[in-house]
Design a protein around this ligand. Structure first.
Ligand code: DAT
Ligand code: MG
Length: 133
């Protein structure tokens, strides 16, 4: 099924100059980049974006990290885009991520795991509208 998903390159990955490599992996797996921008998240934006994790012990650390430098927000379109992008990114914890995934290759820790991807079509819709028209 043709669908859209939301992806983000996190600050640690932005520091590694691998935007091209990350987009190449998405494109090689059938995803088309249809919108993108580089921006600095405000603390309020990061808190709201990750509101579902508000009660988690890592919430403050997550917000601090996500505002530590610019991110790149992206809209992808393709067959099963949500699942495809999650697969290309790999497991949340880089130490547990499959070989050849973005998080395995560029993640530094479970917190600084290089990329974000929506986990379901519903969250994709919400996250896309959070950053794009
Ligand atoms: P995902 O990003 O794979 O959807 P998630 O929604 O469970 O994972 O968590 C959102 C982000 O929060 C994750 O990308 C990194 C951070 N995070 C998750 N679990 C963590 C933990 N145990 N310690 C520190 N940061 C964590
Ligand atoms: Mg998630």
């Amino acid at each position: 099924m043709m669908e859209r998903t939301f992806g983000m390159i996190k600050p640690n990955a932005m520091n590694k100059n691998i935007i091209g490599e990350i987009i190449k992996r998405a494109e090689s797996n059938g995803l088309k980049l249809i919108e993108a921008k580089i921006k600095q998240l405000t603390t309020d934006e990061a808190k709201l974006f990750y509101l579902e994790h508000k009660e988690r012990p890592f919430y403050d650390e997550l917000v601090t990290f996500m505002t530590s430098g610019p991110v790149m927000v992206m809209a992808f379109e393709g067959e099963n885009a949500v699942d495809v992008w999650r697969t290309v990114m790999g497991h949340t914890d880089p130490a547990q991520a499959e070989a050849g995934t973005i998080r395995k290759d560029f993640g530094d820790s479970i917190g600084e795991n290089a990329a974000h991807g929506s986990d379901a079509p519903g969250s994709a819709k919400r996250e896309l509208s959070f950053f794009f028209e």
